[in-house]
Write a protein of this length. Structure first.
Length: 245
C-alpha cells in the first residue's frame, strides 16, 4: 500500500492538470477579493461581513469545480488501471490510495485558499476579529460536507461514470435534493424534520448562519458527512471490486 501511495503521489505531481486546478482555485480566491474591493461603497458595503458572507456563497458554488480535481487527475485511466492490476495490486488498494492522495492534496489546496482569503481580507478591508472567528467556524461546518462530496465524486469517477452525469448528480445531491426530499416527506408527515439533515440543506444552513450573524458549531454536519463517506466507501468499494477492466 505504501509503495503504491508513493507511485500515485509521483504520478499526481507530474500531471499538468494538478497545477492548473490548484492555481485556478487560488486565483478565484484572489479574484473575489479584487472584485469586492473595487465595488462602489454606494452599491456594496465593503466590510468583512459582506466580503466573507459572499465568499462563503462563492465557495459553495466553486467547490463543484474543486471536486472536478478528482476527475482531472484520474479520468480516462483504463490503461493504467489494467497495468496496475496486472502487477498484482488489489482493486481495494487502488481505490483507497487514489482517494487518500487526491483528498490529501485537495485539502492542502483548500487550506491555502482559506489562508489566502483571510490574508487578503485583513489587508484590504477593515478587520473584525468576531467575523473572522465566525468565518473559521463556518469553514469547519463546511468541511465535512466538502469531504463527503469529494468522496462521492471519487466513487463516481472510479466507476467511470461520465463526467457530465457526475456533475449533474453531485450538483443535484448538494443543492436541490434536500428541498425535493422535504416536499416528498411533507406529503406523508406534517412536521417533517428529516430533510434538514440532508447535505444540501446543511450546506445552505452554513451560509445562512454566517450571513445572518448566528454562526455556531454544527456537529450534525460532521455526522451527516461521516455517514455519506462511510456509505460511499462501502458501496463504492463493493461496486469497484466487481467491475471489469
Amino acid at each position: 500500500m505504501i509503495n503504491y501511495l508513493a507511485s500515485e503521489k509521483y504520478r499526481l505531481f507530474r500531471r499538468t492538470a494538478f497545477y492548473i486546478s490548484s492555481v485556478g482555485y487560488l486565483l478565484i480566491s484572489c479574484g473575489i477579493t479584487v472584485v469586492y474591493k473595487n465595488m462602489s461603497d454606494s452599491f456594496f458595503e465593503t466590510t468583512w461581513l459582506f466580503y466573507f458572507s459572499n465568499l462563503l456563497i462563492t465557495v459553495v458554488i466553486n467547490f463543484f469545480m474543486v471536486v472536478l480535481f478528482n476527475s482531472l487527475l484520474m479520468g480516462k485511466n483504463d490503461g493504467v488501471l489494467k497495468q496496475t492490476l496486472a502487477f498484482g495490486i488489489s482493486k481495494q488498494t487502488i481505490f483507497l490510495a487514489k482517494l487518500l492522495i487526491t483528498l490529501g492534496v485537495l485539502l492542502v489546496v483548500f487550506a491555502a485558499g482559506v489562508i489566502l482569503t483571510v490574508f487578503l481580507g485583513e489587508t484590504l478591508f477593515t478587520a473584525d476579529p468576531g467575523i473572522l472567528k465566525d468565518y473559521f467556524i463556518s469553514i469547519s461546518n463546511f468541511l465535512p460536507l466538502f469531504i463527503s462530496m469529494f468522496v462521492f465524486g471519487h466513487v463516481l469517477t472510479m466507476l467511470q461514470i461520465s463526467q457530465i452525469f457526475r456533475i449533474l448528480v453531485l450538483f443535484f445531491s448538494y443543492t436541490l435534493a434536500g428541498e425535493l426530499l422535504y416536499g416528498i416527506l411533507r406529503l406523508f408527515v406534517k412536521n417533517e424534520q428529516l430533510s434538514y439533515y440532508f447535505p444540501s440543506n446543511l450546506l445552505a444552513e452554513v451560509v445562512n448562519q454566517f450571513f445572518e450573524g448566528r454562526v455556531s458549531p454544527m456537529p450534525e454536519n460532521w455526522i451527516a458527512g461521516g455517514i455519506v463517506v462511510v456509505l460511499c466507501l462501502i458501496i463504492g468499494l463493493s461496486l469497484f471490486n466487481r467491475k471489469d477492466f
